[in-house]
Design a protein around this ligand. Sequence first.
Ligand SMILES: Cc1ncc(C[n+]2csc(CCOP(=O)(O)OP(=O)(O)O)c2C)c(N)n1
Ligand SMILES: [Mg+2]
Length: 352
Amino acid sequence: MQPLHKLETPPLPREILLRIYREMVRLRTLDERMMTLQRQGRVGFYGACTGQEAATLASAIALEKSDWIFPALREGGAMLLRGFPLVPYLCQIFGNAGDETKGRQMPSHMASKSVHQVSWSSCIGTQLPQAVGAAMAAKIKGDRTVVAAYLGDGATSEGDFHVALNFAGVFKAPVVFICQNNHWAISVPSSKQTASESIAIKAQAYGFGGVKVDGNDAVAVHAAVKQAVDKARSGGGPTLVECETYRIGAHSSSDDPTRYRDEREVEQWRKRDPLDLLRGRLQSWGIWSAREEDELRAKVLEEVNAAIAEAEKKPEPPRESLFEDVYSVLPWSLREQREELLASPPAGKTSQ
Ligand SMILES: Cc1ncc(C[n+]2csc(CCOP(=O)(O)OP(=O)(O)O)c2C)c(N)n1
Ligand SMILES: [Mg+2]
């Protein structure tokens, strides 16, 4: 496992480094709390980003607010970094009336137009051609939008990955592909995903650059993604950035990794925890102290717990919202169904 390369002085302004670190701590705390809530039966499903906070957040912060994110599975936290409030974010996971997407998506598939982030892609890889399409639209309109297309190592085995990279290369789409190579695709190790020497090298076949970075080093992730974003924005076309990281937890709350992977491997990666690595750097530059760490941890836990309490209080989405957002004028058949639904008692309140 590679050591962190030494940097005598901070390569980024203090505020940016501290913002990345604070968001990493908040995301770690949130993931821990939500996994507990899932085990308590208070939410149906959860997918954590634990161990991948640097790859997610230090990349997303390299984008401008007007850029779009097409996430894979673990980039929900980028929405929070981009200013989306915590309570409606949690309401998506509860699937209640406070959810912008009206409880219609699977839990943990948050999205919001307000922060230019589309929904998690449950069907692996489908977000990639969509992201390239959005990037092409920006290019044709002549605006300066860049699109970040996230993917996991598993997605590189999908046809959509190759279609997207080919199209992006040929048409010089302003897109940055950010692969979170976390070594696993549920129970399939990344060694079974490709015979190439890396994922980054695959970009060469499509006529553009690929770069592999230490995905647990927030500073390295930020530098690589920022360079790729600047290149895309100035008309230089796509880049594939491979962030080598590790999925510390289970694939999701429905998975038990002890059945297929060696716990010793996980222990090795715990020694390269992205939060510890960044905190070590901040301390060595004299811009973070043990006292600030304690204060941050306490503040974040309080913020997360308060937001959970507020989100959990919200009612279910109104039943009639089922009929919204598809037709501007409901056809007669749906009007009938809506009336029938409203005339019946709500679920759980049927008379015996
Ligand atoms: C097209 C498709 N095939 C299979 C699945 C089942 N599935 C869900 S997540 C996943 C693994 C994804 O691995 P990776 O792309 O490495 O992302 P990670 O979960 O590691 O973040 C699979 C196979 C799916 N959702 N869609
Ligand atoms: Mg993976």
